[in-house]
Write a protein that binds this ligand. Structure first.
Ligand SMILES: Nc1ncnc2c1ncn2[C@@H]1O[C@H](COP(=O)(O)OP(=O)(O)O)[C@@H](O)[C@H]1O
Ligand SMILES: [Mg+2]
Length: 333
């Protein structure tokens, strides 16, 4: 069943320097229990998209389009209704756990607060549930940890606590925005693994936001690629890695460090930067960085429609060659 349906989601910020179009007609869907990766370079609109889902944006943001969550339209809902959706139905985990945790409250107290607020649990029930949650997210000696403060935990353990808090109310959707970017590489795999396992165990869908296409093959079912505020390719993981159709997706894949691909000249980067747009343009936003650009790309916006590989792609000249086995990108390849 469809859990989330985002259609033509557009977010413009009104700033002193003029408008910034952060998200431009983004469209994608998520099924219940699915792990969907939202991928793209820094600044392409991933975080703004995820925050727009539940109205988490500042007052200078103008949001239009549609976000249907469990058959209910969220765009335009008043704040008192949206705050009920957040935490209970849709929970967030952000990049830097230290800024999201309260430094002066114990871990146990912070988890219990979530349970009091959203589930009106009594203290003893909340304490039992807090312990259960710490166990579930793989924190050793959970009893002792409940009485500790955030600074007494390592970065990886803090992120596990954030995940425990996010899952406290068994949300239907967990949004994890670059959850491992601030962590040591050796810790990253464990956290991603945990998200995958918990999603399967609890039945929570996960929207995993990342700039790193390299982590996607191991954890996600499907992928949505964003570029300059637009969704430009949407596919199953296998479909995307086997036949990336947008030249930008190809570029991202070529930039993934992978031992199995080192022989063909090593790591490449996509030259140029993601443009910051003030208004929607009638061209392909990737035209300035693309090797295939012609007059059509500069004069009309490519529709986001099924391409040569069968999955949606927004490109006038999609790449049609089958590239490589997705196994090449999986861990241990
Ligand atoms: N509060 C804001 N006011 C103005 N511009 C913003 C604001 N938040 C984000 N932006 C702009 O929106 C664009 C998308 O940002 P973001 O979603 O954070 O990118 P990503 O998460 O993909 O790195 C960027 O150009 C960013 O500078
Ligand atoms: Mg971001």
């Amino acid at each position: 069943m469809t859990l989330l349906e985002v259609s033509d989601l557009t977010v413009a910020f009104h700033t002193e320097d003029g408008p910034v179009l952060a998200v431009d007609s983004a469209s994608f869907t998520m099924a219940e229990r699915e792990v969907l990766a939202l991928v793209g370079e820094s600044g392409c609109g991933k975080s703004v998209t995820s925050m727009a889902l539940t109205g988490l944006l500042p007052a200078n943001a103008e949001v239009s389009g549609s976000v249907r969550f469990a058959e209910r339209e969220l765009v335009g809902l008043p704040e008192n209704r949206l705050s009920g959706v957040r935490g209970r139905d849709v929970a967030y985990v952000f990049q830097e756990p230290m800024t999201s945790l309260n430094p002066v409250l114990t871990v146990g107290r912070q988890i219990r607060e979530v349970l009091y607020r959203h589930q009106r649990m009594a203290r003893s029930a909340a304490s039992r549930r807090a312990l259960e949650l710490l166990n579930q997210v793989g924190i050793p000696e959970p009893e002792r940890r409940l009485g500790e403060y955030p600074h007494q935990l390592s970065g990886g353990m803090r992120q596990r606590v954030m995940i425990a808090m996010a899952l406290a109310c068994r949300p239907r959707l967990l949004v994890a925005d670059e959850p491992t970017t601030a962590l040591d590489v050796t810790i990253q795999a464990g956290i991603l693994d945990l998200l995958r396992t918990l999603s399967a165990e609890i039945g929570t869908a996960v929207l995993l936001i990342t700039h790193d296409l390299g982590v996607v093959a191991d954890i996600a079912d499907r992928v949505v690629v964003m570029y300059a505020g637009r969704t430009i390719e949407e596919s199953t993981v296998d479909g995307l890695f086997a036949s990336p159709s947008h030249p930008y997706t190809r570029g991202l894949l070529d930039a993934v460090p992978n031992p199995a691909r080192r022989t063909d000249g090593g790591l490449r980067e996509i030259p140029g930067l993601v443009p910051v747009l003030s208004s929607s343009s009638d061209s392909c936003t990737f035209a300035d960085r693309c090797a295939h650009t012609d007059d059509l790309c500069r004069s009309s916006r490519p529709p986001f429609e099924p391409g040569p590989a069968g999955h949606p792609v927004a490109c006038w000249h999609p790449v049609s060659t089958v590239d490589a086995s997705p196994e090449l990108w999986r861990a241990g390849a």
